[in-house]
Design a protein around this ligand. Structure first.
Ligand code: AHG
Ligand code: MN
Ligand code: MN
Length: 335
């Protein structure tokens, strides 16, 4: 616990000046995410009580069933960031195309774009298991005051200025980075305030947890199959423990605290895996690296991949440094 019981609001103000492009704009943006997260938290918690769960009947661009809460969270985050005029563009996993904001207004000086997975792990809602929200923030590359273009969104992960997630779990937390380490804030639901509860979060260099959907084992590349067998082998501190929630945010959060590796590899059915580079992998990779961990597609650093489309998918291996490097070694050796 922080000695001062610092709130997220205070933390944002105190750290604003240490941010190199400081103008208050990024602070306002993180503030709007904080407010939206509180509302989504409230909805997630009452999902078991009211008729808000269940498929909305739509399918999103990836052809998956959308849950009602996905739509709700999507609209809420988009409204929170557009209404208060704090970003120039948003891309969401739940939207076919990016949204340009006030692009006709030549006085529009906003320089940030946001990419968001409004509700991650949405298949867990109906069964009372943790879900999350993931966000990723970039400076636009096109001139301020002009409409945003696709180039503002298709930036490499190493250009992110901030990224984070909200986990709606046994406690609700916001965990984020602006490139100076990772800090976690826990919501006190009685008064609706986030407090700094996990300063300077770091992955242990080694871990004993592996998280992967082993039901797909038969379809995995040989390198991943070999690595999974290595995790299960009796030797030294192995076999490791298997933990898979099916919600990237929650699996990542646990692994960061306890030490572990998360894998969503490509498969013979899905040549690029399942997770989206821009909404899921890049923000988690930025957090992982800022927390002394690692994120890879099996061969390359996630944050150096040049995106070519908004909804691009990529194989994803992320977590404790030594575990990710071991998995990469197995991938190389199986080539
Ligand atoms: P989303 O709910 O945003 O579609 O993401 C779900 C993702 C990720 O959070 C999770 O780890 C993975 O999909 C689970 O996929 P499988 O059910 O195929 O294991
Ligand atoms: Mn997701
Ligand atoms: Mn989602």
């Amino acid at each position: 616990m922080s000695e001062k019981n610092q709130t997220l609001g205070e933390f944002i103000i105190e750290n604003q000046s240490s941010f190199k492009y400081t103008s208050g704009e990024l602070s306002r943006l993180i503030n709007s995410i904080r407010l939206a997260a509180k509302v989504v938290n409230h909805e997630v918690n009452k999902a078991g009580l009211v008729d808000i769960i269940g498929a909305a009947g739509d399918t999103n661009i990836q052809g998956e069933d959308q849950q009602k809460l996905d739509v709700f969270a999507n609209n809420l985050f988009i409204n929170a960031m557009t209404r208060r005029n704090i970003v120039c563009g948003i891309a969401s996993e739940e939207e076919d195309d990016y949204i340009a904001i006030n692009s006709q207004d030549e006085n529009h000086q906003n320089k940030y774009v946001v990419l968001i997975d409004p509700l991650d792990g949405s298949s867990n809602i109906d069964v009372n298991v943790s879900v999350g929200t993931i966000f990723s923030i970039y400076r636009r590359v096109t001139p301020i005051g002009t409409p945003v273009t696709i180039d503002d969104f298709l930036q490499k992960g190493n250009q992110q200025v901030a990224a984070g997630y909200v986990v709606y779990g046994t406690s609700t937390m916001i965990v984020y980075t602006t490139g100076a380490g990772v800090n976690g804030f826990t919501l006190n639901p009685a008064i609706g305030t986030f407090y700094l509860s996990h300063p300077n979060m770091e992955f242990p260099e080694d871990g004993k947890i592996y998280s992967v959907n082993e039901g797909n084992y038969i379809h995995f590349p040989q390198g991943i199959k070999n690595y999974i067998k290595y995790c299960q082998m009796e030797e030294g501190d192995r076999p490791y423990t298997s933990r898979y929630i099916g919600s990237l945010v929650s699996d990542f959060h646990r692994n960061m605290i306890k030490g572990g590796i998360y894998m969503y590899p490509k498969s013979s059915k899905n040549s690029n895996g399942k997770l989206r580079l821009l909404y899921e992998c890049n923000p988690m990779a930025f957090l992982a690296e800022q927390a002394n961990g690692k994120a890879s597609d099996g061969f390359n650093r996630i944050m150096e991949i040049q995106p070519t489309e908004l909804h691009q998918r990529v194989p994803f291996i992320c977590g404790s440094k030594n575990m990710v490097e071991k998995a990469e070694e197995f991938m190389r050796n199986a080539q």
